[in-house]
Ligand binder design. Structure first.
Ligand SMILES: [Zn+2]
Ligand SMILES: [Zn+2]
Length: 145
């Protein structure tokens, strides 16, 4: 699946199977998205490829480790490496329309009052207890609850 920022400068391609998306409702993701949450997925580095615009990317890093990478020209959030891992974070709003559902909600305890989570999916009050298990769940269609 291909994705790009609003101005089209930054573009990328993701191969391989993605079973699920997640929404993070923490305050940082609310501000970064300007909305209820970030809707994203996490893919293996080997399944991710930049197509254009890597030099157009700037970033901001909070002391806690939260990072926001964005297109210098249009301000869109863009994919970035998840900490020092072999995984990339993919903001789904940039991706062409694909038939994948949200399977998990994170940081539900800090969601905005006007944010109504009505789907029947896995909910965590904070971050998932085990990041590896969480990433695997996004790639596994057998979602347990
Ligand atoms: Zn752009
Ligand atoms: Zn968040």
């Amino acid at each position: 699946m291909k994705g790009s920022c609003n101005c089209g400068n930054v573009s990328f391609d993701v191969s391989g199977n993605i079973a699920g998306l997640y929404q993070c409702h923490c305050k940082l993701c609310q501000k970064q998205s300007g909305s209820t949450s970030n809707t994203a997925t996490i893919v293996k580095e080997s399944d991710f490829k930049w197509l254009s615009g890597v030099n157009s990317i700037s970033h901001w890093k909070k002391e806690s480790g939260f990072t926001s990478h964005f297109c210098k020209q249009c301000g869109c959030p863009v994919p970035n490496r998840l900490r020092e891992s072999d995984y990339f974070w993919i903001p789904m709003g940039l991706v062409e329309n694909v038939d994948i559902s949200i399977t998990t909600h994170l940081c539900c305890s800090s969601k905005a009052h006007w944010d109504d989570i009505s789907d029947k999916t896995i909910r965590h009050n904070g971050m998932p207890p085990d990041l590896d298990v969480f990433i695997k769940s996004l790639h596994n269609s057998q979602i347990s609850d």
